[in-house]
Design a protein around this ligand. Structure first.
Ligand SMILES: [Fe+2]
Length: 254
């Protein structure tokens, strides 16, 4: 396959979120460290729990990620995916995930790579979608954070892995939405995302016969998980797509 994990850089993150804190509140400290593969196995920490801080229960989790480079992720994706529309979709979801990561002050590469790989198995194993991708990713020693993110995008459809982190909820929400926005762009005179307005997408979102394959319930459910209004999610998804308009074929004639 010509694919190997060459990176030995891990990212440790400690996050805490107060249960009754306002939506979107989250504090994080981050540090990067270099350790060898063997050390990684011993040092990998994945803890969830709660602690009482100044009378308030806080969720606490510490995750150590083995970061997957964009280059390795691309190599894996293109080993399994040749269909241009699926590659375009992967690039679109990556671009939007990167945009949302920046908005959330999160790791853009982790979010982007998860987006890039989310439909890894779809061309070759449509009947085993998500399950097969998890298998392939595990075989390649890819960190659980990417596998969980991928699994969560099929929540309620082909997996029962419920989105928990902001990254997982975002991928779950925007995957279907990017498909709708793509379809809206192609029917516009400009064939472009660059001058697309939220209201045009909203109109087509409500029209169930348009791009009927796009599951509106998933998008609505995702907005609830993110505690964001649909309009805001649409706006930010458009912004993310604009950043890579040319690569995803949506520059149109502008
Ligand atoms: Fe997808």
């Amino acid at each position: 396959m010509g694919f190997s994990l060459r990176r030995t850089k891990f990212h440790a993150r400690e996050s805490s979120k107060t249960r009754d804190s306002p939506p979107g509140y989250e504090s994080q400290r981050s540090c990067d460290m270099e350790v060898s593969g063997e050390e990684f196995c011993e040092q990998k920490i994945r803890m969830t729990g709660t602690k009482n801080v100044a009378g308030k229960m806080q969720e606490v989790w510490i995750i150590m990620e083995k970061k997957l480079s964009r280059e390795d992720a691309w190599s894996l994706l293109t080993d399994y995916t040749k269909t241009p529309s699926l590659i375009t979709h992967a690039l679109t979801v990556e671009a939007v995930m990167r945009h949302f990561a920046r908005q959330n002050g999160e790791d853009e590469d982790v979010w982007g790579v998860t987006g890039l790989l989310h439909d890894l198995d779809y061309e070759k194993f449509p009947e085993e979608h998500c399950q097969k991708a998890a298998e392939i990713m595990k075989e390649h020693g890819i960190d659980e954070i990417y596998i969980r993110g991928m699994m969560c995008h099929g929540y309620g459809l082909c997996t029962d892995t419920e989105p928990k982190s902001r990254m997982e909820k975002t991928l779950y929400t925007i995957d279907e939405l990017t498909g709708l926005i793509h379809a809206v762009c192609l029917m516009r005179p400009s064939k472009s995302v660059l001058d697309l307005e939220v209201k045009s997408v909203k109109k087509k979102f409500k029209d169930k016969s348009f791009a009927a394959g796009v599951n509106r319930d998933v998008v609505r459910n995702g907005c609830e998980m993110l505690q964001m209004e649909l309009d805001d999610v649409i706006r930010e998804t458009i912004e993310g797509m604009k950043e890579k308009a040319e690569e995803i074929g949506l520059k149109g004639n502008l």
